[in-house]
Design a protein around this ligand. Sequence first.
Ligand code: 6PG
Length: 244
Amino acid sequence: MSSPEVVVYRDAGLLAAATAARLVTRLVDVQAARGSASLVLTGGRTGIAVLEQVRVSPARDAVDWSRVDLFWGDERFLPAGAPERNETQARAALLDHVPVDPARVFPMAASDGVHGDDPDAAAAAYASVLAGCASGAAVPTFDVCLLGVGEEGHTLSVFPDSPAVHETERAVVGVRDCPKPPPTRVSLTLGAARHSDEIWLMTTGASKASAVAQALAGADEVALPAAGARGRSRTLWLLDSAAA
Ligand SMILES: O=C(O)[C@H](O)[C@@H](O)[C@H](O)[C@H](O)COP(=O)(O)O
């Protein structure tokens, strides 16, 4: 696992624009080397702001969007099309504006889909999707995994000292009574996220500064889940000056 690197930007707007540029370049480089690329999307203001900046980037179409495999790190377990769903927001911010291949976009199930309102069934189904994309492994090696970080150190929908942070077997879990609304979610585990080549933790605002400091000081992942988000070759903490 890689050691955390830190890049600090003047403000949240510059972080979003610079991270969008970083993402476009990373996807182009991976596609040049391997033909396709895989990306894990996140919810939250910061993650969506980055996607919006990708949409308006002059370099956007340097990426062959038809050869990007798109996954989610977590999802708010709501009916399809609900405004609060990470998928809804990602489609509005970017995916509906670029020629992705629908067969290579893998949203987590909605609460009114085939799995009903059972987040555990939805999680098991997503684990099967991941295994189906992983040619023999349980989880693909994601090229880039975008993550946000909460004030108390959550990432994905993995919260401090929660059942999800103690999960060592499953790659995807249902989350209930989530401290951050909405309460029911589906989430990758930290173990699944660590299959990523690069993990980018995008964090803005003074309210996150304590969690950032604890994570970078080597806090235990049970108490500070974001501290356990490590990429195989790179772990990037992308901060604005307030979070730093
Ligand atoms: O579904 C979610 O809410 C996200 O996955 C969550 O992990 C988010 O990334 C963090 O809470 C940071 O959110 P902000 O960027 O809005 O602070």
